[in-house]
Design a protein around this ligand. Structure first.
Ligand SMILES: [Zn+2]
Length: 164
């Protein structure tokens, strides 16, 4: 019994893990993911690329920044960027080589703005993070059926259950 107490205490007293810094992201990806051309798209579980991994690829391979510059853009250290970038490349390679779909989702990211899409009239609009808190309707058609694209990318989509 005494031992149990000791163990419990030891666990409780463990220092809280350092809060990881959110990685800055310039914007959202164009699409939620990619599917293989001539196969059943979800015959295999998809590879998940997180938003911060996507941003690493975008900065290094698309904007052609060096890793030092890319790390600054994301607000992280150079070694952290390197690990993030390598993991992103590994996952992309797995999807390419094994013919898997991949989905861009989740990750430790922070945005300066929020993108919404209206489910009724398909209008897209952006607000600041602060404005997003009180945004409840589409500015064009006044519909309240608006979807935060940031949440769509961060947390996923309910329709996913139909994908497998
Ligand atoms: Zn609308």
């Amino acid at each position: 019994m005494g031992m149990m107490t000791t163990i419990t205490t030891a666990i409780t007293d463990k220092p809280m893990p350092r809060k990881r810094m959110c990685r800055k992201m310039a914007g959202l990806p164009e699409v939620k993911g990619f599917r293989p051309f001539d196969r059943e798209p979800f015959r295999l579980p998809p590879v998940i690329i997180t938003l911060d991994q996507f941003e690493a690829i975008r900065l290094a391979d698309y904007e052609k920044l060096n890793q030092e510059e890319a790390a600054v853009k994301m607000g992280i250290s150079r070694p952290t960027f390197t690990r993030l970038y390598e993991e992103a490349r590994n996952r992309l390679a797995e999807a390419l080589i094994e013919g898997k779909s991949f989905i861009i989702e989740g990750g430790e990211v922070s945005f300066s703005s929020v993108s919404f899409r209206c489910s009724d009239c398909k209008h897209s609009f952006q607000t600041s993070k602060e404005e997003a808190e009180t945004t409840t309707a589409c500015p064009k058609c006044k519909s309240t059926q608006i979807v935060s694209m940031n949440d769509f990318f961060l947390k996923g989509c309910q329709c996913r259950k139909n994908w497998y």
